[in-house]
Write a protein that binds this ligand. Structure first.
Ligand code: SAH
Length: 232
């Protein structure tokens, strides 16, 4: 079933306007069609009841409450020097099932905080687009950027993705837990000091096999592995 984002609500009616209305038209939806509408953090099963020139109104049939798949995964992504690659990260890790994405400012990554903060709105929009496409029960959250040095153990299992020898493989990770944190480096990788710092803080280095992935791929692969192997 198609899923659209609502932009207003009055009683039992949800408003579809702007870009979402264009999407609805492109889908050639007609009055009487059923669809899912996401509005203010809630998902509804609705029926397209009034199709006007530049907006549509949908009657709510019921609220959709689907369980959030476990485990809860947070991806700490070092922001790539090539900032546009974050778009790929957002789309991929959202599909793979991460609950939230935290952009991380690190030594070899993109360091300009003001532009990163400006981009947050774009990344949130991409997260919503992905939510529509992959039918997650909830959009992936995009949190405020942090510095690598602010990273602390928050989840039950905290992993540092590192493509150097000495790291553990996925089989050595405890896959019975409810929450996982994954830290992924930028295109040029972490600096040795950063790896030592994170290992010192208790992050466990994880090696993905068999080759070296691009930064925007590594996080998605790791999230998908954890969601599928530790998922219930
Ligand atoms: N330029 C680096 C590679 C960086 S890849 C080098 O030549 O070694 C970017 C990031 O993706 C890495 O910092 C790491 O977090 C992650 N990554 C890529 N391949 C990986 C692998 N096989 N195992 C674990 N992490 C990987």
């Amino acid at each position: 079933m198609e899923r659209l984002i609502g932009s207003g609500r009055e009683g039992n009616l949800l408003l579809i306007s702007g870009g979402e209305f264009k999407h609805l038209k492109a889908l050639r939806m007609r009055e009487g069609d059923r669809l899912e509408v996401f509005y203010e953090g809630r998902l509804f099963l609705a029926c397209l009841s009034q199709l006007r020139k530049d907006y549509a109104l949908c009657s709510i049939l019921e609220e959709i409450k689907r369980p959030i798949p476990k485990p809860d995964v947070t991806l700490y992504q070092c922001i790539p020097l090539e900032l546009r690659l974050m778009d790929e990260v957002v789309e991929r890790v959202s599909q793979a099932g991460a609950s939230r994405l935290v952009p991380v400012l690190c030594k070899r990554g993109y360091g300009g905080r003001p532009l990163v903060e400006e981009k947050l709105e774009r990344w949130k929009r991409l997260s919503l687009t992905s939510f529509k496409q992959c039918k997650r029960p909830k959009p992936m959250e995009i949190l405020q950027p942090i510095e690598l040095r602010e990273l602390v153990l928050k989840e039950e299992v905290s992993l540092l993705l590192d493509n150097f020898a000495g790291s553990s493989t996925i089989r050595e990770v405890d896959l019975t837990k409810n929450s996982y944190g994954l830290v992924v480096g930028p295109e040029g990788g972490f600096s040795r000091e950063e790896v030592e710092f994170l290992v010192g803080r208790g992050f466990m280095p994880l090696l993905l096999k068999p080759y070296i992935y691009r930064s925007e791929m590594a996080g998605a692969v790791a999230v998908a592995l954890i969601m599928n192997l530790a998922g219930v």
